[in-house]
Design a protein. Structure first.
Ligand SMILES: [Zn+2]
Length: 476
């Protein structure tokens, strides 16, 4: 590596930077927002360059910054190495070409992950080149430890093989042209560095994902794998911060700063993972009963449609207009203490006003089990899956006897989970999520629950003693 003298350390630092900090980001929900703290966001925006096997390849505006910095660094290195062989302008072109080829290498690394993920049946949303290199965003995690291992290993394997091939070819090429030979040598070193750096055993680097998959394979628990990989990631991050500060104090300048930045990102990623584990724990430990509200009203079967319409009218006279109001409470119908069914506004819309006095709600009931439901002793992860599967804004909570005891909506579920983690969501945020029928903060709990099922942390179809009349959740 004598020919990368002088700027060798710097070149390696670039390669380190190019190793894509959020390696591959399985969906937004994994980078759980933590109010007041910085979190890793999957890079998804940017311009689409091309599509490879249906995967959009994008460029984020911040990529131009790193392209410029890498070109500058390479230009400095080439100026000392190729002095006398090339003029100033050609050196700039060679530096720019090498920088572009380096990003082609990063793209190949991400394609390695992506194509293996596709082969494992995992959809790849996009590959984006950005400030810290590249990131492949996949829809979900692999369902098996073996699959996760293959996906994680594929990227570094591509970089190392590419690096080795370039290293082998460097002499042959340098006979053709010393300048091309220098480029090939630099790209070989950069690719080898890219592969090796990514094998460092801390999440979210590929090495961390490999550790996670291996521990998962051995222990049978993905959670255990994440915990071990997380711990080693935190250790590495502190090591990077420590080493970075030392280099900075010793005048190491940019290399030290980059190391500290990498350590900082690593700590953030470890924190996100830790939060995800916490959310999973809450979803497993809390039962529906502890979170359920009561967003239904009870009507007598003898109520006339006229009375129903007056009730509806009263609801809408208030600060809220029907357009942006949260979904109205369900109207459950009872006849002398027995549950009869549920009614909505359909008969009011379909029948002429003249009929409203003579028709009773009991003439227009839908059965109670037409509503999506969940048992009150079911865990919250089941409720999250059930909400997603039904597409309904709300679940009917049933007592062990199969009778309505409450309701559950997405925002209430999220609020309860966050509260258990010591975070209080602002009421306005919850209210807005209720109007939209979504989880606040983009906190996709269904995706978290699906991850738990996919990882075998929870049994998908288990219907406990208290699952009431809730339909079993199908395996995913
Ligand atoms: Zn990778």
């Amino acid at each position: 590596m004598s020919s990368v003298t002088g700027s060798g350390a710097k070149t390696r630092a670039w390669a380190a930077v190019l190793s894509r900090i959020p390696t591959y980001a399985p969906g937004k929900a994994w980078g759980l927002p933590h109010p007041g703290e910085r979190t890793l966001k999957p890079v998804s925006e940017g311009w689409q360059l091309l599509k490879i096997r249906g995967i959009p390849v994008r460029i984020h505006p911040s990529w131009f910054v790193i392209l410029l910095l890498v070109t500058l660094a390479l230009e400095r290195s080439y100026r000392s190495q190729l002095a006398g062989q090339l003029g100033t302008t050609p050196i700039w072109f060679v530096a720019l070409a090498t920088a572009l080829l380096l990003f082609v290498s990063v793209l190949l690394h991400e394609l390695g992950h992506s194509l293996v993920a596709l082969a494992q049946g995992v959809k790849v949303r996009s590959i984006t080149l950005f400030l810290l290199g590249g990131v492949a965003s996949v829809e979900r995690e692999c369902a098996t430890a073996r699959g996760a291992l293959l996906v994680a290993a594929a990227g570094p394997a591509v970089s190392l093989l590419l690096g080795a091939a370039l290293w082998q070819g460097r002499h042959a090429v340098s006979h053709l042209s010393p300048v091309l030979g220098q480029m090939v040598l630099d790209l070989a070193v950069l690719n080898l560095t890219l592969g090796l750096f990514n094998l460092l055993p801390g999440l979210p680097l590929d090495g961390g994902l490999i550790v996670k998959a291996l521990v998962w394979q051995i222990s049978g628990s993905q959670r255990r794998g994440i915990e071990v990989a997380n711990a080693s990631g935190r250790f590495l991050s502190w090591l990077a911060i420590g080493l970075g500060s030392y280099l900075l104090l010793r005048g190491g300048g940019i290399s030290g700063a980059w190391l500290m930045l990498l350590g900082w990102f690593g700590l953030g990623a470890a924190r996100s993972q830790q939060q995800l584990l916490q959310v999973q724990r809450v979803l497993r430990d809390l039962s529906v009963k502890e979170v359920a509200q009561r967003r239904f009203r009870v009507l007598e079967a003898s109520t006339s449609l006229r009375q129903l319409s007056e009730m509806r009218l009263r609801e809408f006279i208030g600060p809220q207009t029907p357009k942006d109001a949260p979904p109205p409470d369900w109207l459950l119908v009872c006849d002398r203490g027995r549950w009869k069914g549920v009614i909505d506004d359909t008969p009011l819309q379909e029948l002429p006003v003249q009929r409203w006095d003579v028709e009773r709600v009991s003439d227009h009931l839908r059965p109670l089990d037409s509503l999506p439901s969940i048992g009150e002793s079911d865990p919250l992860w089941k409720a999250a899956l059930r909400l997603e599967e039904s597409g309904a804004p709300r679940l009917l909570v049933l007592s062990p006897a199969g009778l309505p005891s409450g309701t559950l909506e997405k925002p209430e579920l999220a609020e309860a989970v966050m509260q258990r983690m010591g975070l209080r969501l602002p009421p306005e945020m919850v209210a807005m999520a209720r109007r939209q029928g979504t989880y606040p903060l983009g906190l996709n709990l269904a995706q978290v629950a699906q991850g738990m099922v996919a990882a075998g942390e929870v049994a998908p179809a288990g219907s406990g003693p208290g699952s009431g009349r809730s339909r079993p959740v199908p395996p995913l």
